[in-house]
Design a protein around this ligand. Structure first.
Ligand SMILES: CC(C)(COP(=O)(O)OP(=O)(O)OC[C@H]1O[C@@H](n2cnc3c(N)ncnc32)[C@H](O)[C@@H]1OP(=O)(O)O)[C@@H](O)C(=O)NCCC(=O)NCCS
Length: 296
């Protein structure tokens, strides 16, 4: 990557520098200072000392989005030129070849990091944090700005999208898709809190928050526009203009359906998909969700 002398003097803190270089637009490209600022942010994201969203008891949802951090992640995409990235080498020839932004190569790990990444096509992008005790089964992908906390299992074909926040001891089952969001920068990412179980083939998108200990049964899909019927309390949970869809603590959500009650849909006898909270976690759920302690 081309690095030139500084064109805009950097200010004191990382946040100020990120804002400065983000505002600089195309003028930041090629600046060594802009790159150094981004690399400082990327290292802090990887270490988990800085997050794109973090718990904040004073925020209405209990989580605060750090928009400046997201601007910093976007800055990294602007600063990075496309670069050839070669995989394993054999007899001088690269077996695999990739092309991506130079600022976001795949992360490398050592045994001392305390993370298990089982061989076979998984990738963790730079700028993502994995805490000790995380296990990744192949193939799985963790995108930039994501935060995955201690003891979480990321099973095969799971995706942790950009800036998604995954708590401690979460189980992301096979093919669970956790949507990412970079823009708009104030958009809240998907948040899966501690001890949640996200079943196989689930999809959690558009800033949905899954509270502690909740269980999403296999095949559940949650978006901003998905109403969730809580048959325990007789309520319907929805996102609003200023709050995402929130699945309560320990709720057990299964994929269901409900009849269309008007218009042609009713006349045609149709029903639509709807997630249903059938119960709140009990001992039976704990038995059903005890998956892989012996494998760890
Ligand atoms: C949700 C789950 C954990 C079961 O939890 P549980 O507390 O044992 O649930 P229960 O068996 O007590 O069922 C409660 C109610 O929900 C219904 N239900 C349970 N799982 C359901 C599912 N997946 N889809 C639709 N309904 C379901 C039951 O029929 C029961 O309803 P009923 O009382 O009217 O018969 C389990 O179904 C599940 O999806 N596990 C995750 C599987 C998975 O993805 N594994 C990944 C391995 S990589």
């Amino acid at each position: 990557m081309k690095i030139e002398t500084q064109e805009i003097p950097p200010t004191e803190t990382l946040e100020q520098n990120i804002e400065l270089w983000f505002k600089a637009g195309a003028a930041a490209v090629g600046s060594g200072d802009a790159l150094a600022t981004f690399l400082e942010l990327r290292a802090a994201l990887e270490a988990g000392t800085l997050r794109s969203a973090e718990p904040d008891a004073s925020a209405p949802t209990g989580w605060r989005v750090n928009a400046w951090v997201k601007r910093g992640i976007l800055l990294g995409f602007r600063l990075g030129a496309l670069e050839e990235m070669n995989g394993c080498q054999a007899a001088g020839n690269s077996l695999l070849s990739f092309v991506d932004k130079a600022t976001y190569p795949a992360r490398r790990f050592a045994a001392s990091d305390g993370i298990r990444i089982v061989p076979g096509g998984s990738s963790v992008r730079s700028g993502a944090h994995l805490a000790r005790g995380v296990v990744m089964m192949p193939p799985a992908y963790v995108n930039a700005g994501a935060f995955v906390d201690e003891g979480t299992m990321i099973d095969s074909h799971a995706l942790v999208g950009s800036c998604a926040q995954i708590g401690k001891r979460v189980h992301l089952s096979a093919a669970a898709q956790i949507g990412g969001v970079l823009e708009p920068v104030n958009a809240s990412p998907v948040i899966i809190e501690d001890d949640a179980l996200v079943g196989g083939n689930t999809g959690v998108y558009e800033g949905t928050i899954v509270r502690k200990g909740a269980v999403l049964a296999a095949g559940t899909i949650l978006t901003r526009g998905t109403p969730v019927y809580d048959v325990v309390n007789g309520t319907v949970l929805r996102a609003s203009a200023d709050a995402p869809l929130i699945i309560p603590e320990r709720a057990v959500v299964v994929p269901g359906s409900r009849a269309v009650t008007s218009g042609h849909g009713k006349a045609m006898g149709l029903s639509v998909y709807t997630p249903v909270i059938v119960k709140y976690r009990d001992e039976k759920t704990d038995i059903s969700t005890a998956l892989e302690d012996l494998l760890r």
